[in-house]
Write a protein that binds this ligand. Structure first.
Ligand code: ADP
Length: 407
């Protein structure tokens, strides 16, 4: 029997997602998905920081200086003390941490001890923007919450990719020496959504071949056969693959050298250019799909072109992943753009009736928030919208692991 929260009578998990200048948290009940509180601490390390704390229907906003992740965790506890729920009345059974890069070391969630933390830190060269923040967040949280802390890795779902899919065609020894391979990201979301598809269709995961498009500001696609990922679009870093909000996705690797030699940009400048100033933003100046949508409706040609480049790339992946799977049962759209933009979903799947994809325009246009099928009843391939919930997935994985290890 596991310890329980006195508020819900069920185990409760605190999920922490530490970014370099922000920290998101959620206190939730893995069994039911009930969110007891959530928050966002922003502008860590800047002159003035901002804390948003939500519990029930109440939202609280505070401006205060947040020097580092240690101060952020203190602020998090202060929010609970001031606005609730009262952490003294809740037994938090685990803290789940989102960690972006697990390299080849971590293929599943793991309870964090000093050795695990050192290994996550050793992976910082592979994710220089993300893993240092996770390490800082974990350190600070371990000092304040004396319960098991579990790391859930964005790369884990893709750790079993077939070698042919994860191997770059560069000299083998060099790749091995520097750990260069396709790791993939957004794995927690791809795993969660692919399982939700099975639940929604009433089919065992083992019998299902599905392509999941996670289309947020970052965007990735995966091919999942029988619950196991066999392909994904992000690579050594999240820069590869689909056109994204500000990332270019796939390009000729020589563009790096060309920009260096011809445009006289430094490696650091090119890195910033391709990660932060490219993608939809580079093509039309906007990376928010709502703005692009409105501009297209007003006849803006740059926005229309950006949309077409985005859709063209996406359809290339749809086709190649369908062939890689051999048989396709469902295509699922998730995250901000995938869940909310019917125009994109229509453009991505139109004209593919010959391949078994029949979109139902009415269902596609509906804006309900729950998982649903948007293809026709007779469509051989189901087209679906499945809201992702990475916090719930992390909480469930953390709770399951802690429960399994409990004496
Ligand atoms: P991330 O977590 O990667 O920052 P999100 O999953 O929140 O990204 O997705 C952000 C994208 O989703 C933005 O391009 C935004 O315009 C789009 N988006 C969010 N909500 C809506 C909506 N209601 N309608 C259309 N697009 C939306």
């Amino acid at each position: 029997m596991s310890p329980a929260s006195t508020v819900t009578g069920l185990p409760t998990v605190l999920v922490i997602n530490s970014g370099s200048s922000s920290l998101k948290y959620q206190l939730l009940v893995p069994d039911t998905g009930e969110v007891l509180a959530s928050g966002l601490i922003e502008q860590i390390g800047e002159a003035s920081g901002r804390i948003n704390h939500t519990t029930g229907d109440h939202k609280y906003v505070e401006e205060t200086r947040i020097d580092d992740h240690g101060v952020a965790l203190a602020a998090l506890q202060d929010q609970f003390a001031a606005y609730g729920p009262n952490l003294d009345e809740i037994t938090i059974t685990a803290v789940g941490h989102r960690v972006v890069h697990g390299g080849s070391s971590f293929s599943e969630p793991v309870v964090i001890d000093d050795a695990v933390l050192a290994e996550i830190e050793a992976l910082c060269p592979l994710a220089p923007l993300h893993n240092p923040a996770a390490v800082a967040g974990i350190r600070a949280a371990r000092e304040r919450f004396h319960v098991p802390h579990v790391a859930v890795f964005d790369t884990a779902f893709f750790s079993g990719l077939p070698e042919a899919a994860s191997t770059y065609a560069i000299p083998t020894e060099l790749a091995a020496q520097h750990k260069i391979k396709k790791y993939g990201f957004h794995g927690t979301s791809h795993e969660y959504v692919s399982r939700q598809v099975a639940t929604e269709l009433g089919v065992p995961v083992a019998d299902l071949n599905v392509i999941v498009f996670h289309l947020g500001n970052g965007a990735s696609v995966s091919a999942v056969r029988g619950g196991r990922a066999i392909e994904t679009s992000m690579g050594l870093t999240p820069l590869q693959g689909l056109v994204m909000g500000t990332r270019c996705g796939d390009i000729d690797a020589s563009i790096y050298m060309y920009l260096h030699n011809v445009a006289d940009l430094s490696i650091a400048e090119i890195d910033t250019l391709l990660n932060k100033q490219s993608g939809l933003k580079g093509l039309c100046g906007d990376n928010d799909f709502r703005a692009i949508d409105q501009r297209i409706r007003r006849g803006d040609t740059a926005a229309k072109r950006a949309f077409e480049v985005y859709v063209h790339r996406l359809r290339l992946y749809l086709g190649s992943y369908a062939f890689t799977l051999g048989r396709l049962d469902a295509v699922a759209f998730t995250a901000g753009v995938g869940e909310n933009n019917p125009m994109l979903r229509a453009a991505a799947t139109s004209g593919l009736e010959h391949f078994g994809l029949h979109l139902d325009e009415g269902r596609n246009a509906s804006s309900t928030k729950h998982a649903r099928v948007i293809s026709t009843d007779h469509s051989p391939v189901k087209i679906m919208v499945v809201p992702t919930n990475e916090e719930l997935a992390i909480a469930r994985q953390a709770e399951e692991l802690v429960e399994r290890l409990r004496p």
